[in-house]
Structure formats: structure tokens, C-alpha cells
Design a protein around this ligand. Structure first.
Ligand code: BES
Ligand code: MN
Ligand code: ZN
Length: 497
């Protein structure tokens, strides 16, 4: 899609389709009012005849308008003006995107950014629309022989603005929204691919491809099993002992700042399929464990967005990638492995494999002397029990980092909720035979998982995001969401000096 901002009075706007907001009780927004005047009150007359009220997400299409300038109008409900919140606004934008997808126009102008939201501005409003429109237009058709899902015709979207300040803000918002959507789409494509296509090797190749695309600043290398063994990553390597697919550690180094500047390190769990291993999962919905590499995919997507935006930061992406399957060579409950950090781990449950990958990646991160480390993982079903599927879970050993991540979540509306990381939780990880067990008891499973990781993150400010509930949607619209790319990109944008 081609997005642009334009200094143009509405009275002169000539476009096949215009999208305008209406508040509840059919109160026209200022631009809808201006257009209504241009059409001699036609919009308000038509509105009176319909049962459209302007509730959030309601859509009223006027497919034919008299004259030349504007051929059709899509009116979108914004709800009560004084109650307009980011969540309702996004609902309206999603409805608008759906209407645009179906409207058959090649070009459209949207004025929905004039909505007033507390603490948000025109730029924020526009960026949200770019992101949500790209999400609505996203299709995953790589593996379908015929594409029943018809391609929308819309190829150009204009945001008309009134003054130079708004124009500059709109342009910046479009660039950011586009880069975030590019990162999200890449993340979705990788995560939606099945385990037989998206193997650790495939994931590594895709990261390398991205490195070639941005070769001026992004260096990608892939560490093979032999090198991982030499590094002492026995915890990571134990996970894929039952798999025919070799494990890979994907290392992505983006250099946008002088080389001495400490980097932000992002670690993404890249389990391309999680059957649970010998502690095998039950059959229901096991297909969804192809999404267990969503954390890794989101780190790749975030680096893609960072490279696209040319951010003046150093960012490292580490993606330990492997597959967790049962077999005669698989690791077994009770096995003890020595992690790269030297800590021995008793694997009481082979399905708690994410932390075995992440602990070695955290140990590897130390060599970068990072400004901060954020790991992203579909780590526990327990996180979904605790928080549902709206926020990602956040744990951190550093107040400032935790605040920055919460703040980035609110700003991008890719939200997180902070969870405790108290010493008391460490007790449940006690092992009779090794330094630590890889599972706690039945209580607080997402918290004991974070407590386990914290033992490997003592030397830097660290945050852990459990994205089990947010990385994909289940049911009829099953598919990857591209989260938490908006959150991570926002966190990095906020770090730009
Ligand atoms: N990848 C899963 C977590 C998961 C499960 C995410 C379902 C999203 C939906 C992880 O590897 C896992 O299996 N965790 C176990 C941990 C348990 C054995 C302590 C879990 O959540 O059951
Ligand atoms: Mn598992
Ligand atoms: Zn897993």
C-alpha cells in the first residue's frame, strides 16, 4: 500500500473514496461536517434514514455520491466523543480497514486521524491506522493452491492534513507504521508456516536473507551444533536430541551506532515445533505448537523494522532455534545437563524446554555487555491462565527497564502486565540432584519459569516477556498476530538519543 500525507482542504479533495468519523447519536466529526456541507447536507439526510448510530466500529457506506470529486463515503462510528479510548478507536479503525478492503476503490482518503484521544496525537492516530490496515490486508496464502481470499483493490491511502506541523507528524507516523507493519508481516509469515517447512534451518536462512537485504548494517551469523557444544550450551542442545533437525543459534547484529555503544539484546525462543518431548503433550491443539517460535520470529521482525527505520542504535537479536520431539535419543525426565553459565539443571519435565534454550542464550548475551536484554518467549500455558490473551506477561530485575517496557506497551498499544519476581518463588525450583530443576510446582507456572530465567540474567538489566497468550489467536481465525513487534520497536524508538 502506498501511504501519503497531503496538505489539502477537504473542500477540494478529489478521491474515489473518503473515510470519515461519526460520533454516537450521529454527531458528525468536523471533517464529516465540512464534507456534508460540500454535498448540501446529503450525508446527514442519509444518516437520518438509517439505523446507524455511530457506535464504535459501526460502518455506514454511501456507495454513490452525485458529482465528480468524491465517489463514495464510508462513515465509521467512533462511539461517544467523551469516552473515546485507544481500544475503542482501534476497533473503529479495524472496521474502517475491513470496509476499505471490501469497497472496491483503488484510492481512498481517511480523516479518522482527527479523532481526539487523551494523551495521543495526530501522528499516533495515523500510525495506528497504518498498522491496523496492514493487519487487515495481511494474507497468508503461500501454501494454498488457489487463493480464494480475493485481493483488495485499494493501493493508495491519503491522509489529508490542515497544517505543516501535522504534515511532518503524519509523514513520520507513516514511516514508523509501515516499518512496524513490515516487521509484523515478516513475523506472521514465519510463525504461520508449519513445522515441516519452518525448521531451525529455514529460520536461519530467512534471517540470513534479511541480513543480505540490509547488508550495510545487519550482520547475521548462524552457530551450528558443533560450535554450540564448544560454547558449553548443553541445556540448549538437550532440547533437540530427539529431533532429526539440527539446532541453530541465529545471531543478528545491527550496527546503527558507533561500535562501542552498548547494544540492546533481544532474545527470541525459536522452538519450531514443541511436541513436549518424552513429557509429550496431549493431542488437542498440538498443531498450534508450530507457533512456539513466535518469540524468535518477532525478534527477526523487530530487527527488520529497526533496519528499515535505520535507527541509530546497536541491537542484537539472538534466536536459539530447535525442535522438541520424543524419540529414542531424546532427553528424559531426570536427565541433568550443565548450562553454559555452569549451572546444572535437572530436567524434570522435557516440555519445559523454552527455558533450557533461553538460559544458554542469556549466558551468550553477556559477551555484548548489553545496555539491556529482553527475552521474548511463548514460555508457559500458565501465563494464559494468569493474564488471558490481552497482555503479554512482563518480569524484570530492573525498575527502569520494567517502566520503559510498560510505557512502550501503552504507547504502541501492544500491552504488557508486570508480574512478580520475588526470591520466594526460587524455592520451588529446588532439585535434590542438580543446582536447579527446570520446573516448579503446580502453582504460578509462568512466575517460576521467569524465576528460573532470572538466575541466568544477573549481570545486566533484563526483562522477560511471556507471549504465550498474545503471539497467536486460536479458533476460527487461527493465526500469528505479529506481537510483540510494535512493543519492541517502540521500546527501541524510545531509546534513540
Ligand atoms: N510452548 C509451551 C508453552 C505454551 C503452551 C504456550 C500452550 C502457548 C500455549 C512450553 O514449552 C510448555 O510446554 N510449557 C509447559 C511448562 C510446564 C511443563 C512447566 C506448560 O506451559 O505446560
Ligand atoms: Mn514445551
Ligand atoms: Zn515450548
Amino acid at each position: 500500500m502506498d501511504y501519503s500525507a497531503k496538505l489539502e482542504p477537504l473542500e477540494q479533495l478529489a478521491i474515489p473514496c473518503a473515510v470519515l468519523g461519526v460520533y454516537q447519536k450521529r454527531k458528525l466529526t468536523p471533517s464529516a461536517q465540512r464534507l456534508d456541507e460540500r454535498f448540501d447536507g446529503l450525508l446527514s439526510r442519509l444518516l437520518k434514514r438509517d439505523d446507524f448510530e455511530g457506535k464504535p466500529g459501526e460502518v455506514f457506506s454511501i456507495p454513490h455520491l452525485p458529482g465528480e470529486g468524491i465517489e463514495r463515503v464510508i462513515l465509521v462510528g467512533l462511539g461517544r466523543k467523551e469516552e473515546l479510548k485507544p481500544g475503542t478507536y482501534r476497533k473503529a479503525l479495524t472496521a474502517a480497514a475491513k470496509a476499505l478492503k471490501e469497497c472496491n476503490a483503488k484510492q481512498a482518503a481517511s480523516l479518522l486521524h482527527e479523532a481526539e484521544l487523551e494523551g495521543r496525537d495526530t501522528g499516533w492516530n495515523i500510525r495506528q491506522f497504518v498498522e491496523l490496515l496492514e493487519a487487515a490486508f495481511y494474507r497468508f496464502t503461500q501454501l494454498k493452491s488457489d487463493d480464494e481470499n480475493h485481493k483488495p483493490r485499494l493501493t493508495k491511502l491519503v491522509f489529508p492534513v490542515d497544517d505543516e506541523t501535522a504534515l511532518a507528524a503524519a509523514k513520520k507516523a507513516i514511516d514508523q507504521g509501515r516499518a512496524i507493519a513490515y516487521g509484523m508481516n515478516l513475523t506472521k509469515d514465519l510463525a504461520n508456516l508449519p513445522g515441516n517447512v519452518c525448521t531451525p534451518t529455514y529460520l536461519a536462512e530467512q534471517a540470513e536473507k534479511l541480513g543480505k537485504r540490509h547488508k550495510h548494517k545487519l550482520r547475521v551469523k548462524v552457530l551450528e551444533e558443533k560450535e554450540l557444544e564448544e560454547l558449553g550450551m548443553a541445556a540448549f542442545l538437550s532440547v533437540s536430541k530427539g529431533s532429526a533437525q539440527p539446532a541453530k543459534l541465529i545471531v543478528m547484529e545491527y550496527g546503527g551506532a558507533p561500535s562501542k555503544t552498548p547494544p540492546y539484546v533481544l532474545i527470541g525462543k525459536g522452538l519450531t515445533f514443541d511436541a513436549g518431548g518424552i513429557s509429550i503433550k496431549s493431542a488437542a491443539n498440538m498443531d498450534e505448537m508450530k507457533f512456539d517460535m513466535s518469540g524468535g520470529a518477532s525478534v527477526i521482525g523487530t530487527l527488520a523494522a529497526v533496519a528499515e527505520l535505520d535507527l541509530p542504535l546497536n541491537v542484537v537479536g539472538l534466536i536459539p532455534a530447535s525442535e522438541n520431539l520424543p524419540s529414542g535419543t531424546a532427553n528424559k525426565p531426570g536427565d541433568i545437563v550443565k548450562s553454559m553459565a555452569g549451572i546444572t539443571i535437572e530436567i524434570l519435565n522435557t516440555d519445559a524446554e523454552g527455558r533450557l534454550l533461553l538460559c544458554d542464550a542469556l549466558a551468550y548475551a553477556k559477551r555484548y555487555e548489553p545496555a539491556a536484554v529482553i527475552d521474548v518467549a511463548t514460555l508457559t500455558g500458565a501465563c494464559i491462565v494468569a493474564l488471558g490473551r490481552h497482555p503479554s506477561g512482563l518480569w524484570s530485575n530492573d525498575e527502569a527497564l520494567a517502566q520503559a517496557v510498560v510505557q512502550a506497551g501503552e504507547e504502541s498499544f501492544d500491552r504488557v502486565w508486570r508480574m512478580p519476581l520475588w526470591d520466594e518463588y526460587q524455592e520451588s525450583l529446588k532439585s535434590n540432584f542438580a543446582d536447579v530443576a527446570n520446573i516448579g510446582g503446580p502453582d504460578g507456572g509462568s512466575i517460576t519459569a521467569a524465576a528460573f530465567l532470572s538466575r541466568f540474567a544477573k549481570e545486566f538489566p533484563w526483562a522477560h516477556l511471556d507471549i504465550a497468550g498474545t503471539a497467536w489467536t486460536t479458533g476460527k481465525d487461527k493465526g500469528a498476530t505479529g506481537r510483540p513487534v510494535p512493543l519492541l520497536v517502540q521500546y527501541l524508538l524510545d531509546r534513540v538519543p
